[in-house]
Design a protein around this ligand. Sequence first.
Ligand code: GLN
Length: 276
Amino acid sequence: MTIAPGVTVGALQAGLPLDALENRILLCHVLGLTRVGLITGSERVLTDDEAAHLSALLERRLNGEPIAYIVGQREFFGLPFRVSPAVLIPRPDTELIVELALERLARLAPPARLLDMGTGSGAIAVAVAHTRPDALVTALDVSAAALEVARANAAAIGANVRFVRSDWFTALDSDMFDLIASNPPYIAAGDEHLAQGDLRFEPTGALTDHADGLSALRTIIQGAGSHLVAGGWLLLEHGYDQAEAVRGLLSDAGYADVQSWRDLGGIERVSGGRRA
Ligand code: GLN
């Protein structure tokens, strides 16, 4: 889409082809403005460079690239996270597991130890560590590229997180935790959603286990017992239709207080239990 010369920010915002939120995100990014700056600067005329930059980014968005990758950022838990195609884009649904973890950490004597498995952008670990600077937060990921993004987020947001490169539990030694949380890849191989929307551009290894969707969840449930203190919580995000299966896996592995929690859309999104 070519942007007409001399157009004002206000006129543009109304005329861009994306939805209102994405129009605003893109304009703020290209013009270096805050949300408020966009409103107060509505009479400002775009420079030729800004118009060319905006057209190029619009073109990418219209070709399906996620807006978060185009601007390199997504807000999660009220915090600005840097994202790149090396990491899954944090979803609002995942704020549920952060809230559940924070509720449980609040009941423990400091310093509480939390492990985030498959941290990606660092969303869960950084959000928890930012809210609870006294907690000892460890985050692991198998992807070195993801860990680089997560480390940058922890530094920029000001969260104290220890990062470990590890294929699930393999590099953890005998470390023990009061709570383990994870948003692992849980989409089954061949699921139609993998070929739709933002997911087409996200790292496959963060989305799917290339199997039945439950294999990473099984690995975590089986291994977590050796790294959780007695009574420690395991909290797992999963797909919209996996709650019953995950509760079954947790019960079979001997966890107590097994239950699921619903996200804002009313879907059972997180299941968990305590190490007996
Ligand atoms: N919640 C993501 C989605 O369905 C999937 C994330 C994941 O597999 N952990 O879009």
